[in-house]
Design a protein around this ligand. Structure first.
Ligand SMILES: Cc1ncccc1-c1cc(O)c2nc[nH]c(=O)c2c1
Ligand SMILES: [Mg+2]
Length: 214
């Protein structure tokens, strides 16, 4: 038995999914986490909403806060047009190492760059160190206490442009009430709520989309 759950999820994928087939890898993670061990991947129900919003946005530049095992990274990467730039920030080095292997196995490692460290450290360096101008799409799925400070940091660092789409996971469970309050009361965002359920569970959850108006 591999020593941590995230390693067991990766091992299951490596042994049971089709290499280079992103959707099959996503399905394998969902199968393992619904049948064997719950894990905090965005999951298929919220994942289908994520897919739809990514496809509608058709982003050239993507930022993800919270890589975890790479589940949403694989989901998003398979929808991106050639040449798109996808950066994902992960604070936990063990999870980052798992996600790196997940992206390699899925055949998306050329599309995604994993940045190891905290969002508050990395976001201010994105323009200088990673040659980013602005992001078309941002998936916020790291830690609810950081949703508001990191959104403000993205604004202050000039990383948002008119039309940038922010999509936040878990706004109901575990919940991000201060984020909902902030974006829904700020004239610079146009918000839409997407009710759903917590991954691999019947608990209510939701995604919140906040479009930056510049
Ligand atoms: C871990 C957990 N336990 C019970 C209920 C929900 C969660 C949970 C679910 C998620 O989708 C998460 N996404 C990003 N970051 C999180 O911390 C997180 C936590
Ligand atoms: Mg989540």
């Amino acid at each position: 038995m591999a020593q941590i759950k995230e390693q067991r999820i990766l091992d299951y994928v490596l042994q049971n999914a089709i290499k280079g087939n992103p959707q099959n890898i996503v399905d394998a993670i969902d199968k393992y986490c619904s049948e064997m061990e719950w894990a905090m991947n965005v999951g298929n129900e919220k994942g289908l909403i994520l897919d739809k919003i990514v496809s509608e946005t058709n982003p050239a530049t993507v930022l993800e806060l919270g890589t975890y095992c790479g589940y949403s990274g694989v989901r998003i990467a398979q929808l991106l047009k050639p040449g798109a730039c996808f950066l994902t920030i992960e604070k936990n080095p063990v999870h980052a190492a798992i996600a790196k292997q997940m992206f390699e196995f899925a055949g998306v490692k050329e599309k995604i760059q994993i940045l190891e460290g905290s969002s508050e450290e990395i976001i201010p360096k994105l323009k200088s160190k990673y040659k980013v101008n602005t992001f078309d799409f941002i998936f916020i799925d790291h830690w609810s206490d950081r949703y508001v400070p990191d959104t403000k940091l993205l604004e202050e660092c000039g990383l948002l442009k008119k039309g940038s789409v922010l999509l936040a996971d878990n706004v109901v469970y575990p919940g991000a009430p201060d984020f909902l309050q902030y974006v829904r009361n700020c004239v610079r965002y146009e918000c839409t709520n997407y009710p759903s359920h917590l991954e691999y569970s019947d608990k209510e959850d939701a995604l919140e989309k906040a479009v930056f108006k510049g």
